[in-house]
Design a protein around this ligand. Structure first.
Ligand SMILES: Nc1nc(=O)c2c([nH]1)NC[C@@H]1CN(c3ccc(C(=O)N[C@@H](CCC(=O)O)C(=O)O)cc3)CN21
Ligand SMILES: O=c1ccn([C@H]2C[C@H](O)[C@@H](COP(=O)(O)O)O2)c(=O)[nH]1
Length: 282
């Protein structure tokens, strides 16, 4: 995928060296952007092997609403989130919870915020909001809305999370019968995270498009701190020497997203170059 290689090239050429909490320095560009047309194939990198099963399992895990990795780690044998879980598998209220069970408070009269001049001293009870279902309902009932937003930045919960969300907001936008998705990411690990994030959100967009009766459109991605860890430079330079190959195709079964399983995602024509090992900065 040329747009990915161009991103790598820009950060290698212009990146500013930065220290960060992981102890492994990065080369970083501020505010990178690219987009891909999902009609041109499923955007799974071919210049290294990307583990499709892990990508889809991660997406299905996000959709489950869990606050632990037990399903992903123990049942599905996918270990990409293990480093951020405790011994019980607990990760706190991160993506799955924020997507499907976003916590908020509600008063017994049904309101979630006091009216002007009204006392804050009410009986507040815990409630949860399913942002993905809301997006699907809006796409079905009001597809031209510009408010089809899923937001995962919850300042009140950051201390409870093992890792604050990196992809903090996505917006669906319908144009010409096609479903587009724009993802805003505050921090992006270009070698490891970005190939996963790009494929994950593209698969999500395709699955939701199917459910709401639209064609898949474009996936667009803004990355605010777009970085390459110094121990990933060599592997990415190797990728730059490789010629991008034809993209595979992805077919998704016609089911509501809550019923989707890994077997419902059929990838065809994926013929990547060999995998490249990149150590993950924890
Ligand atoms: N530094 C860092 N980079 C990330 O990309 C990242 C984090 N931290 N923390 C949270 C999640 C976890 N993500 C990860 C973590 C590990 C892999 C990884 O190890 N990928 C390997 C093998 C995948 C597999 O075995 O299935 C790869 O080659 O892509 C990918 C994404 C993305 N995120
Ligand atoms: O989906 C993800 C999750 C995480 N990342 C990367 C981006 C950063 O390299 C680290 C997070 O560190 P912060 O200090 O919290 O920014 O994980 C990603 O690329 N994609």
């Amino acid at each position: 995928m040329q747009v990915y290689l161009d991103l790598v090239q820009r950060v290698l050429e212009n990146g500013v060296r930065k220290e960060n909490r992981t102890g492994t320095d990065t080369l970083s560009n501020f505010a990178e952007f690219y987009k891909v047309d999902l009609a041109e194939g499923f955007p799974l990198l071919t210049t290294k092997k990307v583990y499709f099963k892990s990508v889809i399992m991660e997406l299905l895990w996000y959709l489950r609403g869990d606050d632990h990795v037990r399903w992903l780690r123990d049942e599905k044998d996918v270990h990409i989130w293990d480093a951020w879980a405790d011994d019980d598998g607990y990760v706190g209220p991160i993506y799955p919870v924020l997507w499907r069970r976003f916590p908020f408070l509600k008063a017994s009269d049904g309101s979630s915020y006091p009216k002007l001049g009204e006392s804050r001293d009410k009986d507040w009870v815990y409630d949860e909001f399913d942002q993905v279902q809301r997006a699907i309902d809006m796409l079905k009932n009001n597809p031209n809305s510009r408010r089809i937003v899923v937001s995962t930045w919850h300042p009140g919960l950051l201390d409870e999370m093992r890792l604050p969300p990196c992809h903090i907001m996505y917006i669906f936008n319908v144009s010409d019968g096609k479903l587009n998705c724009h993802l805003t990411q505050r921090s992006g690990d270009i070698a490891l995270g970005i190939p996963f994030n790009l494929a994950c959100y593209s698969a999500l967009t395709m699955a939701i498009a199917k459910e709401v009766g639209l064609k898949p459109g474009e996936f667009a991605h803004t990355i605010v701190d777009a970085h390459i860890y110094e121990n990933h430079i060599e592997g990415l330079q190797e990728q730059l020497k490789r010629e991008p190959r034809k993209l595979p195709t992805l077919t998704i079964a016609n089911k509501p997203i809550d019923e989707l399983q890994y077997e419902d995602f059929t990838l065809e024509g994926y013929d990547p170059d060999p995998a490249i090992k990149f150590p993950v900065a924890v």
